[in-house]
Design a protein around this ligand. Structure first.
Ligand SMILES: [Zn+2]
Length: 342
């Protein structure tokens, strides 16, 4: 009996000694099995307890329990120690050095075409115009007929487009929006309509099958060419941020009468003549005119009571002029080197 007690004591001392400095998870697990597992000495002793007398059974049982509790406690302590060390190691590895320079986040910006469009839109909003949009797939009627371009009209040749069906096509201009608005709204009407338009052109430095237009329309009583000129001159001044000489050249559009093209003094040479203006001193900037009475009639607006003007400009063209870009394709290639310049 005394021998047994001594043996348990020895087991305890040896075990504690062996466990004490073990901070390796695998090793500690092995030791736990060795001292507390089913093949351990302590376990085999506890199994023999049944053979003892009642008093002894109690005494030995208590000693065995105490020892295994002590050992369990020591194992727990060491396992906790291991966990703590591992956590510290992890934190050390993931430590953030706040003195290191931060990773630079690249901030994007608006596409040059969007920048120009925003500028144009802001100017017309400040002049009291509403911004409206129309469908890009149009009927033949809205894109041509209602705009005074009947079938077989030569203007259709220059605007050959992509047909979806016989009477359904990708709009060649933003002008159909004029018709849609005039059909629904009584004058006064004051709108601009930006958007994509389509032509059956091959892509090159100055042509693209898809490009952007901004259309403008004003219809009210007693609107004259003077209103048209004044409005567009204010627009150009605001767009260029300075006084710019303009000139209006007679032109022909089927949906306006009279029609004109507006030129502005070349901002590169100041009118002296250069490669940009092809020595003209002026640059064509947009097309405009007084809304054709037939177009008003098509929308049930009486041309004896109302008149109006309309204009249309190519967004890419304006952007090319202002940013001195020679090739239209650059706008669509999404080359960051190019886009970052604006
Ligand atoms: Zn010039």
């Amino acid at each position: 009996m005394e021998d047994l007690k001594k043996k348990i004591e020895e087991i305890e001392i040896n075990a504690l000694k062996e466990i004490e400095n073990v901070i390796d998870f695998k090793k500690l697990t092995e030791l736990k099995i060795k001292y507390l597992g089913k093949k351990s000495e302590l376990f085999s002793i506890s199994k023999q307890i049944g053979n003892f007398e009642k008093e002894e059974r109690k005494e030995v049982g208590e000693i065995v329990n105490k020892t295994s509790e002590k050992l369990k406690l020591q194992f727990d302590l060491n396992f906790k120690k291991i966990k703590k060390i591992e956590l510290e190691k992890k934190l050390q590895n993931e430590k953030v050095d706040i003195t290191l320079p931060g990773e630079e986040v690249e901030i994007g910006k608006l596409h040059p075409l969007t920048q120009i469009l925003n500028k144009i839109t802001e100017i017309f909003i400040s002049l009291g115009f509403l911004v409206v949009k129309g469908p890009e797939i149009e009927t033949d009627y809205y894109n041509f007929e209602a705009l005074n371009i009947p079938k077989n009209h030569p203007a259709r040749d220059t605007q050959d487009t992509f047909y979806v069906e016989e009477n359904l096509l990708l709009r060649t201009q933003t002008s159909p929006v004029q018709i849609r608005i005039m059909e629904k709204t009584k004058p006064p009407i004051k709108i601009i309509s930006p958007g994509r338009v389509y032509r059956a052109d091959s892509i090159d430095a100055t042509h693209s099958p898809v490009f952007n237009q901004v259309e403008g329309l004003l219809v009210d009583e007693k609107i004259t060419m003077a209103n048209l000129k004044a409005t567009l001159e204010i627009f150009i001044k605001k767009l260029c941020n300075k006084d710019v000489k303009t000139r209006f050249r007679p032109h022909h559009f089927p949906f306006t009468e009279p029609s004109a093209e507006m030129d502005i003094e070349c901002f590169k040479c100041g009118g002296k003549g250069c490669s940009l203006c092809k020595n003209e001193g002026f640059i064509e900037i947009l097309g405009c005119g007084m809304v054709h009475p037939k177009v008003l009639e098509n929308c049930n607006i009486n041309p004896s009571n109302f008149s109006g003007f309309a204009f249309g400009l190519g967004l890419e063209r304006i952007a090319m002029l202002f940013y001195d870009i020679k090739d239209l394709r650059l706008f669509y290639e999404n080359n960051l080197k190019f886009l970052k310049q604006f």
